[in-house]
Design a protein around this ligand. Structure first.
Ligand code: SF4
Ligand code: SF4
Ligand code: SF4
Ligand code: FES
Length: 944
């Protein structure tokens, strides 16, 4: 296997439908209008030397290496900046051009350290390649004059080095940061000979606005910007295309390897979700796979107070199976259950739910999507007929208006955020609905037209007020609604939203947002052209999460914004495979493909394939499992890749539930917080160590490919298979592709999916079946999946979680770019350089009222519990609102959150907790107790 070489066409593809025919080096070529000569030449195999051009960036024309001759035209224009015209006759290789190019290269090389043999980029350097391409043999100018050869290196970033002595000032890095990433962190400082790349006004990358996305490193044609790992261990030898295991954007990467060592992850240009871009997590934060705290041997213990004892895989599996059998014999079939992971592959998730339904013989299976996007499933299924987003990510390029609600894409979905920002810089309008001033509201070259900074917990009131304006001001797309939607439901809904009680003026007291601003935003959404809604957990994690999703769907249907590129309703999924986990039947009431367990026909299909009788009653959800455990009826839980003690609400209740069980099995990479209560620990494998698929937020199924052997010995699917076999329900798969074949046989929306098809197409968006063999980028084009779109009345019901004299502030939570969820992976990488601890954002007024200064320890208390963290004073949050992240276990932000939840799905109300903040003295008693308990739970006895 060798490195995958991606063709660089030099300039971006033209989207024009008109075409132009010209002649290049005697060959006729037809290309889209607007194509550069350089790209047209490359398409017929003619490589024109270049340095400042690369096809991920707009042409710049600074290096003058790509000169060509054009018949009938004087001079030698740059082929990267010159568009083709009909009938043009171009010569790319002449003696005159060769002389000019050699001259240019001589100038570059005269100010370049000639240390190729010891340079980290040796063999992967465009400057070296170009010297060869132009036939450079010597440099007439010598290296005696002024030069930059002694310029200092900037090693402040843990992942890459900036070696200014090697910079050719081609600006590719500056342009990558602007055009691809949209951060504008870099600039060319100085003039003429003194010009140098600078990270803004800061002397170092770490001190600058840089978010470490790696785009500049990727774009740099020399060794100036180089990954630290490449400097440390050398150039990679082979690459394998795989998918990032962090967020729901689903970026495709080339994992570049040296033997079994991962050297770097390089974003793959053909990845349809990321189009060659990346963020700091997928690009750099994969070191956790080799972290010393990773557990590599199975472990068991009789009691959670005992130290762990390492055992063989056979012993661990046999022990687990016998414990589950014992519990079921003693307490009944329903006393055990399983939790699937949104971090694992589709195939692994499918196997866990199959194990629960077929081997345990009940439907007690749930997934962490319960605590994030279960309302999306419910809301979109009810209104449109499918539990998923409607578009592909490319669609944003066609949007005229973008409405972002309860999502913070630049931190949580950074690569998609960069694509969105590109569209916004090109002129799309922006509405942000969020209690906090997220970066998108105002960042480099972007300013939201409207920021509706509503009070946490008032989403439904806000959306109904927007709908009120659309209906009462005659902005409904009546033809669309008449043709596509259930008219009775629409009429009832229109009558409901038109009531005075739902007007922006009436709702102003509830949401805190001026009515005039709401009216303007509604008009913009309804009349601004193709309008798309993107939303996140700020929508779903509420007591009215499902209602909010349906209110969003109502708005989109009323304005005809469903069923074509540029529009749609798009949940930004948190975890890499949360869509897949839901698709695969992880919920207690649904088989794969969202078919209810009470549906006899669907059940029959699985019964005959699996040779068992399935329970027709839905099983227990996670919170119900914990309640049942506290009540003494639920005793055994198999948890794959999930840390419910840290990620689920009301930590104390979760601890009580887990503590009441007799066999808790945790399958994970590290001894996570939940493992404090575990009796069996089964070491999991990383995404680098197994084959499978993930499904991203746009329903895109992508391959995960094994690049190294599992350090723990088994891939996660093999562990579930072994457990099932030990329980007496045989599973005989030899490769995950066989599991996918079974999924395809049993799941209509996956009917056309196979590893062969994924390999051939790169990826595919479900539904993929006979009607759509290459998948479905945009859904509901001619009709809704459920037939007619269904409007739902969305009455605003205030949450029971109310502020009062004891708890006068509202806490809302979110993520930060460098950390990921409970931080199990990212905290074990250099990413902690950016976010060492969770902090509490508090408005200056609220801080002053409490005598709190920036950096002070504060106690954050709710009726559920309290925790201590440091205060950060900022006006990003409104008065009365405080905000924190939940990436660090010692903060345990979920000690504070309550167990109120969405009425339809039990999704916890993380985004609204009434709290008080007071000056504190650092971590409290329980945090110390907890740290001690956690430490004790990590004791491991030496293997026998
Ligand atoms: S790493 Fe990304 S954000 Fe940082 S300077 Fe490079 S392109 Fe800009
Ligand atoms: S750092 Fe690299 S990409 Fe940036 S100007 Fe220098 S050589 Fe070009
Ligand atoms: S945006 Fe998400 S999928 Fe892409 S590299 Fe970052 S974490 Fe990975
Ligand atoms: S590649 Fe065209 S001017 Fe540099």
């Amino acid at each position: 296997m060798s490195l995958i070489d991606e063709i660089d066409f030099g300039t971006p593809e033209s989207r024009s439908e008109a075409s132009v025919t010209l002649t290049i080096d005697g060959r006729k070529v037809t290309v889209p209008q607007g194509t550069s000569i350089m790209r047209a030449a490359k398409s017929v195999g003619a490589s024109i030397p270049k340095l400042c051009a690369t096809d991920s960036l707009n042409a710049f024309g600074s290096c003058r290496l790509c000169l060509v001759e054009i018949e009938g035209r004087a001079g030698t224009p740059a082929s990267c900046t010159t568009p083709v015209t009909d009938g043009m006759v171009v010569a790319t290789q002449t003696q005159r051009l060769a002389k000019l190019r050699k001259g240019v290269m001589e100038l570059y090389i005269s100010d370049h350290p000639l240390d190729c043999l010891t340079c980290a980029a040796n063999g992967d350097c465009e400057l070296q390649d170009m010297a060869g391409a132009v036939g450079l043999r010597d440099v007439r100018y010598g290296q005696d004059g002024a030069s930059h050869l002694t310029a200092e290196k900037d090693t402040s970033n843990p992942y890459f080095t900036y070696d200014a002595s090697k910079c050719i000032v081609c600006s590719r890095c500056v342009r990558a940061c602007e055009e691809q990433q949209g951060t504008f962190a870099l600039t060319i400082a100085g003039r003429g000979f003194g010009s140098r790349v600078a990270p803004g006004p800061s002397p170092t990358f770490m001190g600058s606005e840089c978010v470490s996305c790696g785009a500049c490193v990727q774009a740099c044609p020399t060794a100036t910007l180089t990954e630290t790992k490449v400097i440390e261990i050398g150039q990679p030898e082979r690459s394998v295309v795989t998918t990032c295991a962090y967020c729901g954007v689903g970026c495709a990467f080339k994992a570049e390897m040296r033997g079994e060592e991962l050297v770097r992850m390089v974003p793959w240009k053909d990845g349809k979700a990321n189009r060659g871009h990346s963020c700091v997590k997928g690009r750099f934060a994969w070191g956790y796979a080799q972290h010393k705290e990773r557990i590599l041997s199975p472990m068991i213990r009789a009691s959670i107070n005992d130290p762990w004892k390492e055992v063989s895989w056979d012993a661990a599996i046999a022990h687990t199976a016998s414990e589950f059998k014992r519990i079921q014999a003693k307490y009944g079939r329903d006393a055990v259950g399983g939790i699937t992971s949104s971090r694992c592959t589709n195939e692994e998730t499918y196997l866990v739910q199959k194990l629960v339904r077929a081997a345990f013989g009940n439907n007690n299976v749930d997934t962490c999507a319960r605590v994030c996007h279960s309302p999306t499933g419910y809301g979109l299924k009810t209104t449109f007929g499918t539990s998923a987003g409607t578009q592909d990510f490319d669609s944003v390029e066609d949007s005229d208006v973008i409405l972002v609600m309860g999502a913070n894409p630049t931190d949580a979905h950074p690569v998609f955020a960069s694509r969105m920002k590109k569209r916004l810089r090109a002129g799309a309008r922006l509405i942000v609905i969020d209690p906090r001033r997220i970066d998108l509201v105002r960042s480099a070259h972007i300013k939201a037209d409207h920021h509706l900074a509503l009070r946490p917990g008032t989403n439904v009131a806000m959306l109904t007020a927007l709908a009120h304006v659309i209906v009462t001001e005659g902005l409904v797309d009546e033809a669309y609604v008449r043709e596509r939607c259930d008219m009775d439901a629409f009429t009832h809904w229109a009558e409901f939203v038109a009531r005075d009680a739902n007007s922006p003026e009436a709702m102003e007291a509830v949401t805190g947002v001026p009515a005039s601003e709401v009216r303007q935003a509604a008009r913009l959404y309804a009349t601004g052209g193709r309008a798309a809604i993107y939303y996140g957990l700020g929508v779903t994690e509420h007591s009215q999460g499902s209602t909010t999703v349906m209110a969003i769907a109502n708005l989109a249907m009323a304005t005809g914004n469903i069923g074509r590129p540029g529009v749609g309703v798009n949940p930004l999924r948190g975890q890499n495979n949360v869509q897949g986990a839901c698709d695969m039947g992880s919920f207690p009431h649904e088989l794969s493909g969202y078919r209810h367990v009470s549906d006899a026909a669907a059940r029959g299909l699985f019964e005959s394939a699996w040779g068992v009788t399935l329970d027709e009653e839905p099983g227990l959800r996670i919170p119900n499992m914990l309640d049942a455990a506290v009540a003494g009826a639920f005793k055994g839980l198999y948890i794959q890749g999930e840390d419910i003690l840290q990620s689920d609400p009301n930590t104390r209740h979760v601890a009580a539930g887990l503590g009441a069980m007799e066999c808790v099995v945790v399958q994970d990479l590290f001894l996570n917080e939940t493992a404090t209560f575990a009796h069996v620990f089964l070491p999991g494998s990383t995404f680098l160590e197994k084959d499978g698929t993930f499904t991203n937020a746009e329903r895109r199924i992508q391959r995960v490919r094994k690049v190294m052997r599992p350090r723990n010995g088994l891939a996660d699917w093999e562990i579930t298979k072994a457990l099932s076999n030990a329980l007496g329900f045989p599973m005989a798969y030899d490769h995950p592709s066989e599991i996918m074949d079974e999924i395809a046989r049993l799941t209509p929306s996956f009917a056309g999916v196979s590893y062969d098809r994924l390999d051939a197409l790169g990826s595919v968006q479900w539904p993929c079946n006979e009607a759509a063999p290459e998948g479905t980028p945009v859904m509901h084009i001619e009709r809704f999946v459920r037939g007619e779109g269904r409007f739902i009345i969305t009455e605003y019901v205030p949450t029971d979680e109310k502020v009062g004299p004891r708890f006068p502030l509202l806490l809302t939570t979110g993520r930060i770019l460098s950390q990921y969820n409970v931080g199990a992976q990212t905290r074990r990488t250099e990413n902690s350089a950016w976010h060492e601890e969770d902090v509490l954002e508090i408005h200056p007024q609220d801080a002053e009222d409490r005598g709190v200064r920036d950096g002070d320890w504060v106690t954050l208390a709710s009726r559920s519990g309290d925790t201590a963290l440091r205060a950060r004073i900022t006006d990003r949050v409104a008065p009365g609102v405080v905000y924190t992240t939940f990436h660090h276990p010692d903060t345990q932000a979920n000690v504070v959150t309550t167990d109120y939840s969405d009425w339809a799905t039990n999704c916890p109300e993380y985004k609204v907790t009434a709290v008080q903040v007071s000056k504190g003295n650092g971590p409290g008693d329980w945090q110390a107790r907890y740290a001690d308990q956690s430490r004790r739970a990590r004791r491991i006895e030496a293997a026998e």
